[in-house]
Design a protein around this ligand. Structure first.
Ligand SMILES: Nc1ncnc2c1ncn2[C@@H]1O[C@H](COP(=O)(O)OP(=O)(O)OP(=O)(O)O)[C@@H](O)[C@H]1O
Ligand SMILES: [Mg+2]
Length: 379
């Protein structure tokens, strides 16, 4: 085995593009507000037709980046290019991007149809063509019967659909959305997510979507850019972000992750073995993280549970002794909280039919999982 410190290092935070048709290139964008560095050296190639989601905690810089893309804010450093041309200073009205914001106000004195027609009117589109486009958009967002109503007579979800139609009616090159559904209740939100996914597929427009709802991001996006304190933590497909997070922040931000500190780590090919408490555990080390400050990350759903050591000790699996600390009934399943001999907490869940579902608090339970299901993460 090699020592970890000799292993090669560093992959970029950005995954290579899904396909190579870059529509907009965000190059080293930085935004300062006095002492606050709202964005720090952001590089993203936005692919034509993709559904790119900017995801991150409150204050991580998502809206700031969207405002810069929209042309409402000028970056402190870096540039935006399209087909090799710099458009960093181009005013918003010359960018041909559609926009939908949280609680975006519709014109109250105009009907739904007039609201949707507005961007066409200011672009000098003929009345006949306007009518045609508005009808098409009303149909797309499912509001044909509401064309003549005033916005205040519509529900919140219907109003957001009008805003979506108005942002798409002039066939923008890109649609920018900042938490458009955050004021809506959960069911309506889910319904609008489905509709937005369909509209994106039908129209083929590039969507750049801001949210801090991780399940929304996983369900909708072709790629997700995760922001942490103004920095791009990782840009990847939802699946790769979930299964191969680059660091602890991404691992814990997207779904639940059990993290076990590994001491005296040793590398062997694409794997790392190390001691967790007194147990030798092995995990995949695809990124060849060279540091010694390592953790093994394993998702709750990757853990198998056995009532005996003999059942859990298998070739090619990690095996860990725990004690059942807490069980929480979830209807279709049970959430289990387990503790290791030195008091480290892990979580997993089992179906009601699983033998471990009957275990009492304080019972010994063995966790086992294929060594390649676990990943090495920088602590
Ligand atoms: N106009 C401004 N003046 C000063 N500071 C600002 C301004 N706009 C944003 N900031 C700061 O920049 C940082 C990023 O803010 P931003 O609005 O981009 O976050 P966000 O990721 O959109 O958060 P949220 O999820 O809460 O909307 C924050 O620290 C914020 O306080
Ligand atoms: Mg925001």
């Amino acid at each position: 085995m090699n020592s970890l410190s000799q292993s090669p290092t560093h992959e970029p935070v950005c995954d290579t593009a899904l396909h190579d048709d870059v529509q907009i290139s965000i190059q080293g964008i930085q935004k300062r507000y006095g002492r606050v560095l709202a964005l720090d050296d952001i590089f993203i190639d936005v692919q034509r037709g993709e559904f790119l989601t900017l995801l991150g905690p409150s204050g991580s810089g998502k809206t700031t980046l969207l405002m810069i893309l929209a042309g409402f804010s000028i970056p402190s450093a870096g540039r935006l290019t399209s087909a090799g041309k710099d458009f960093t200073q181009r005013p918003a009205e010359k960018r041909n991007f559609g926009m939908v914001f949280q609680g975006y106000a519709l014109f109250p004195h105009m009907s739904v149809a007039e609201n949707i027609a507005f961007p066409l009117r200011i672009r000098g589109v003929t009345a006949a063509r306007r009518r045609q486009r508005v009808e098409h958009m009303l149909e797309t967002v499912g509001l044909s019967e509401h064309a003549h109503k005033k916005p205040h007579t519509l529900s919140g979800g219907q109003q957001q659909r009008v805003a979506l139609a108005r942002a798409l009616v002039f066939e923008p090159e890109m649609l920018l959305l900042d938490e458009p559904f955050s004021a809506l209740d959960k069911n309506l939100r889910g319904q609008l997510q489905e509709e937005m996914k369909r509209i994106h597929q039908e129209m083929g427009t590039t969507f750049v979507f801001v949210t801090h709802d991780q399940s929304e991001a996983l369900a909708l996006s072709s790629r997700i850019a995760i922001f942490n304190q103004g920095r791009l933590a990782q840009l990847d497909t939802p699946e790769r972000l979930y299964t191969r997070p680059h660091d602890r922040f991404v691992a814990e931000f997207l779904g639940r992750m059990n993290l076990l500190p590994l001491s005296q780590p040793e590398r062997s090919g694409q794997r790392v073995s190390g001691l967790f408490e007194d147990t030798l555990l092995t995990a995949t080390n695809l990124r060849h993280i060279p540091h010694n400050n390592l953790m093994l990350g394993v998702r709750p759903e990757q853990l198998n549970i056995a009532l005996s050591y003999n059942e859990a000790a298998r070739e090619g699996f990690n095996c860990l002794a725990t004690t059942l600390k807490e069980r929480t009934y979830q209807g279709h399943s049970l959430d289990l909280t387990l503790t290791t001999p030195q008091g480290h907490i892990l979580t997993t869940s089992v179906t009601n039919a699983h033998p471990a579902a009957q275990a009492r608090k304080g019972s010994p339970l063995w966790l086992y999982w294929p060594v390649d299901d676990g990943i090495v993460i920088e602590a």
